[in-house]
Design a protein around this ligand. Structure first.
Ligand code: SAH
Ligand code: SF4
Ligand code: F3S
Length: 435
């Protein structure tokens, strides 16, 4: 049966959210309607993440849960990084999977749905030379803060990571395409654009860099804010750092993962930067934009990590004073070099280190939030809060700020930050501009 309704669930990183939106737009253009509840969907697309074992296993348990009480089930498309990593094997693991489509092939999904409706079980994990982006429909509607993929894939091959295998080689989308999509997003209601890439600061096209792109996009009428993520320390060029100092639309926030504070571990991870070069980069960024909020990613329990290596990680957390950071227990991924390294770390040790790291990070996060209390600043209102009459907006430093207002999503609002919590701020209205 040809599906008439669909539901997409995206897991993992922001790029999957972007891809999920694009898949939705494409299906809608072919006449399918989006439904809120997967029980009402003729087609369910699970847009999966392969980064850690837990995330990958979740994909299969989610597939299993799609069977309904009356024994029926929707057509199931496995998309995203698990689909890329598992390919046809996914169909053997679950007979409920009708379609397997990788992150570089999803522009073919409508065709594959038609094939599946005829009883086939198509698999496409090709990484074609022609870009999927060319085959996607024009953007029409956008959230106040909208993602825009400008760069995809990774050539860095950190020894623990599956992304170079699931997303393929680094590619940069052409300048004109990005500018056209950015304009369409702003026309569709976006006030902020978040430029996405696995190594977004490696973006380059025709000799132009991410800094050039940011400077140009900042001039788009109606666009209030720009952000970009995720950056790699080795691609943090001086021109990009300078842009933080003189592009008003570029928000004072930088996600710059370091992974470990031990040079020995960084070498084993094949990170191609040292703690020293990382700290020097942070210093330069802070010189350009003193109030910048720095965020990062950490892995604890990489093979061979000693207590001394771990303490070095705590030290770099203290040295940088992160405004926020994500930390993960190392997860051995099939096919990656680290998975077969000696001296894998026991689970209990990883759990203990993760807890100590997270409490250290939480301390710095609260300190950062407190340092912003009392400031007058500007919010982009994004969504209703839990309490009546409350909305949640984002500060320039990406904090969630609760504020009593009837301002609609997409409104820029001047507030005073009145109170700091561990994970959010409270704000009070100063003055409201027309949306
Ligand atoms: N391209 C980005 C992000 C990659 S994935 C970068 O290089 O920083 C996001 C985060 O997941 C990584 O920064 C890393 O901290 C974590 N991660 C990746 N592979 C992992 C693994 N095998 N086990 C645990 N965490 C992992
Ligand atoms: Fe993975 Fe390293 Fe590439 Fe980031 S830079 S996506 S951690 S291989
Ligand atoms: Fe996950 Fe793929 Fe993103 S593995 S983190 S969804 S690039």
């Amino acid at each position: 049966m040809t599906p008439k309704t669909f539901k997409i669930k995206s897991f993992g990183c922001q790029m999957n959210v972007y891809d999920g939106d694009r898949i939705g737009e494409m299906l809608a253009e072919r006449g399918l309607s989006a439904v809120g509840d997967r029980d009402d969907a003729d087609l369910v697309v699970l847009n999966t993440c392969h980064i850690r074992e837990k995330a990958a296993e979740k994909a299969y348990s989610d597939v299993g849960r799609l069977r309904r009480e009356d024994g029926t089930r929707p057509m199931v498309a496995l998309a995203g990084c698990v689909a890329q990593a598992e390919g046809a094997e996914a169909k053997r693991r679950s007979e409920m999977i009708d379609i397997v489509v990788g992150p570089q092939a999803y522009h073919r999904l409508p065709e594959m749905v038609a094939e599946a409706a005829r009883g086939a079980r198509p698999v496409d994990t090709d990484m074609p030379a022609i870009s999927k982006f060319d085959a996607l429909p024009r953007r029409r509607r956008a959230t106040p803060s909208a993602f825009l993929t400008v760069q995809e894939g990774c050539d860095k091959f950190c020894t623990y990571c599956v992304v170079p295998y699931t997303r393929g080689a680094e590619i940069s989308r052409p300048w004109d395409h990005i500018v056209a999509e950015a304009r369409a997003l702003v026309d569709g209601g976006a006030r902020e654009i978040v430029l996405l890439g696995q190594n977004v600061n490696a973006w380059e096209h025709g000799g132009r860099t991410l800094a050039d792109l940011i400077r140009f996009l900042a001039g788009i009428e109606g666009l209030e804010r720009l952000r970009y993520t995720t950056s790699h320390p080795v691609n943090m060029g001086d021109d990009l750092i300078a842009a933080h100092g003189d592009v008003a639309e570029l928000m004072p926030y930088l996600h710059l993962p370091v992974q470990s504070g031990s040079d020995r571990i960084l070498r084993a991870m094949n990170r191609s930067h040292s703690t020293d070069s990382y700290l020097r980069t942070i210093e330069k960024v802070r010189a350009a934009r003193p109030d910048i909020a720095i965020s990062g990613d950490f892995i604890v329990g990489f093979p061979g990590e000693t207590e001394a290596d771990f303490e070095a990680t705590l030290q770099i957390v203290d040295a940088v004073r992160y405004a926020s950071a994500y930390s993960f227990k190392y997860s051995a991924r099939p096919g990656t070099p680290a998975a077969t390294m000696e001296d894998q770390i026991p689970r209990e040790v990883m759990e203990d280190r993760l807890q100590r790291l997270q409490s250290r990070i939480a301390g710095h996060q609260l300190a950062f939030n407190r340092s912003t209390a009392g400031l007058d600043t500007r919010l982009l209102i994004e969504r209703p809060g839990r309490r009546a009459g409350q909305m949640i907006g984002r500060s320039p430093w990406l904090q969630s700020v609760h504020v009593q207002t009837d301002a609609a999503p997409g409104t820029m609002l001047d507030v005073t930050l009145t109170a700091a919590g561990p994970n959010s701020m409270t704000g009070a209205l100063l003055r409201q501009d027309a949306a």
